[in-house]
Design a protein around this ligand. Structure first.
Ligand code: UT7
Length: 332
């Protein structure tokens, strides 16, 4: 990445998408059976009715975030007709990096076999991909980068407390990626990012590493109802704001890709925006909540099955721990 001023109008546009799920698929029934062995009671019926989740994928113990990010990134590069050597910026959105440092982005860069370009992680939990895409868009629009690899990748299973049925049934592992390139045509039309640190406690993993030990509780804690209420409100608000900023209307949206946490939140958002559910990309049923990976995983699913096509207007919306939220409106 270099700094160079250019007076020519610059936009950023997604030129390729990719994703990867670890092979182990765990259905609700299988998870319920595992939890029963620990004396924890849950059921497929409860999970489906309250969340829409039917299965999730779990990475094995030897697989790290950068291992999931690599095949997702390679698939996105192939779809864009690019090689890793063309990339001048790598951003990985994750809350479950391989190690405290260096970043998952640097580890991904090494696995891609390239060196020299800027690489860093963005940590905004389930809003991470929307944050990362907005940062990449800004660096491209400023002229500092031309070809960015933007990845959302997580091994959230590592943070789960399998004795807490209110959280451990919700999350899964995976990675999604896009190649975002400088373009004379938009591209990204508008984006908006927000955070409200007053709500840190409602969704957090409060542990840390200190003095060679894990200090505090390193497992995920969530007040589901508080998160649910906040999410429904901010997702409507940020959607309307970003659509207005781009000079568009709700009826211009071909596809809504919300963070995949709970089908009821997605249905609520779609209803408020007067979008039928057949214009919402839903992968929560098969992926569960993969945090920063959920939006690029859903985007890639919609692109690869032919629903999302060139020229379609797509609204991406993230929401999660922090509390953070944001949206990106783009012409695909
Ligand atoms: O990624 C960041 C964004 N995260 C989210 O958006 C998550 C937002 N929150 C949610 O999706 C929902 O609040 C949950 C899915 C987490 C919970 O759904 P809910 O409808 O709010 O359920 P609840 O917490 O009110 O629990 C209802 C009942 C409780 O039992 P009682 O107290 O009514 O007897 C829970 O103990 O369901 C019980 N319960 C379960 N039962 C079976 C909670 N988890 C389970 C479970 N299996 N896994």
């Amino acid at each position: 990445m270099t700094s160079s001023a250019s007076s020519a109008p610059r936009f950023s546009r997604i030129t390729g998408t990719g994703s990867f799920l670890p092979p182990e698929r765990v259905s609700n029934q299988q998870l319920a059976q595992r939890l029963a062995e620990r004396g924890i009671e849950t059921s497929d019926e409860w999970i489906v009715e309250r969340t829409g989740i039917r299965a999730r994928h779990f990475a094995d113990a030897g697989t790290a975030t950068s291992d999931l990010a690599l095949p997702a990134a390679q698939a996105a590069l192939e779809a864009a007709g690019r090689s890793a050597a063309d990339v001048d910026l790598i951003i990985v959105a994750t809350s479950t990096p391989d190690m405290v440092f260096p970043s998952a982005a640097c580890l991904l860069q090494r696995k891609l076999g390239v060196a020299g370009c800027a690489a860093f992680d963005v940590q905004a939990v389930c809003s991470g991909f929307v944050y990362a895409l907005t940062v990449a868009d800004s660096l491209i629009k400023s002229g500092a980068a031309r070809c960015a690899l933007v990845v959302g990748a997580e091994v959230f299973s590592r943070l789960l407390d399998f004795d807490d049925r209110t959280t451990c049934v919700l999350f899964g592992d995976g990675a999604g990626a896009v190649v975002l390139e400088a373009s004379v045509e938009p591209g990204v039309l508008a984006s908006e990012l927000h955070a409200d640190g007053r709500h840190v406690e409602i969704l957090c993993t409060p542990g840390t590493v200190s003095g060679g030990q894990v200090l505090g509780d390193p497992l995920l804690k969530m007040d589901g109802q508080a998160v649910f209420k906040l999410a429904v409100g901010v997702l409507e608000q940020v959607a309307r704001s970003v659509i207005a900023k781009a000079g568009r209307t709700e009826s211009d949206i071909d596809w809504l890709i919300p963070h995949q946490a709970n089908i009821r939140i997605m249905q609520g958002t779609a209803r408020k925006l007067k979008l039928p559910m057949d214009r919402v990309i839903v992968t929560v049923d098969e992926h569960g909540n993969t945090s920063a990976a959920s939006i690029p995983l859903a985007l890639d699913a919609g692109v690869r099955d032919g629903r999302i096509r060139r020229g379609h207007t797509v609204l991406l919306e993230g929401v999660g721990g922090g509390f953070t939220w944001g949206a990106v409106l783009l012409d695909f």
